[in-house]
Design a protein around this ligand. Structure first.
Ligand SMILES: C[S@@+](CC[C@H](N)C(=O)[O-])C[C@H]1O[C@@H](n2cnc3c(N)ncnc32)[C@H](O)[C@@H]1O
Length: 216
């Protein structure tokens, strides 16, 4: 990342995608599959305070909303958050709150969370170590981090001109999480995204990493 010749997918990019985001059945199914995997991996309850970081239109949070307490849906895109706000009103979900927040640039929220989950957002954040340290600091002791993202790929997922991480090597991400203070890292494959290329169809696996913040 950080090559000036490459295109950044910034908040304006996601603003322009927000209205049509939920029309993509792959995005909807991905959210449902990741939610199912989180539900199986983490004992959820109505007193859990959760943060969905890079929430987009909330495709991961809406399936989990009746199993959690307060959910803060954070994103740097106003367009995504406008869609989230409409969905919260339409679905009468008073435990969900949208918030414009870029943890790499804005002041950190004062509240702490029992659960932080993030879907397909980590590859957009340039400094993986920094965001892992911030997630660790925002979790209550005993809290859980769930990261769903692409396995390491060759850059063909977004195309070579786009400035994002090309997925993540599981062992490397696990080491980075340990350095940030996390324990008990577990990985599983939760989804596959098929993309057509000139050379044929490629499948891009999506992993879920769970990790715990132990102690104070
Ligand atoms: C690929 S979308 C995924 C959206 C949603 N989590 C999903 O799975 O459908 C990535 C999201 O991360 C948001 N994002 C990217 N960088 C961010 C940052 N630094 N802080 C907060 N949100 C960010 C984008 O605005 C976008 O909504």
């Amino acid at each position: 990342m950080s090559n000036p010749q490459l295109t950044k997918l910034d908040a304006a990019h996601f603003d322009s995608k927000a209205r049509e985001w939920d029309d993509n059945p792959v995005f909807v199914e991905r959210g449902l599959k990741i939610a199912e995997a989180i539900r199986k991996a983490v004992p959820l309850h109505r007193h859990m305070n959760a943060l969905d970081y890079g929430c987009g239109t909330g495709l991961l949070s809406f399936p989990l909303k009746d199993e959690l307490g307060a959910i803060l849906l954070a994103d740097s895109s106003e367009g995504m958050l406008a869609v989230v706000a409409e969905k919260i009103a339409a679905q009468h979900a008073p435990n969900m709150t949208p918030m414009k927040l870029d943890l790499m640039a804005d002041a950190l929220p004062a509240q702490r969370f029992d659960l932080i989950y993030t879907s397909m957002t980590l590859h957009h954040v340039p400094d993986t170590d920094a965001i892992l340290r911030i997630f660790h600091g925002l979790l209550n002791p005993g809290g859980t981090l769930c990261i769903a993202d692409l396995d390491k790929e060759d850059g063909s997922f977004h195309g070579p001109e786009v400035d994002v991480h090309h997925g993540f090597d599981r062992a490397d991400l696990s080491r980075r999480a340990a350095r940030a203070g996390f324990n008990d890292m577990h990985f599983q494959t939760v989804f596959g995204i098929a993309k057509e290329h000139a050379t044929g169809t490629r499948d891009y696996p999506v992993f879920l990493m769970t990790a715990r913040r132990v102690g104070g």
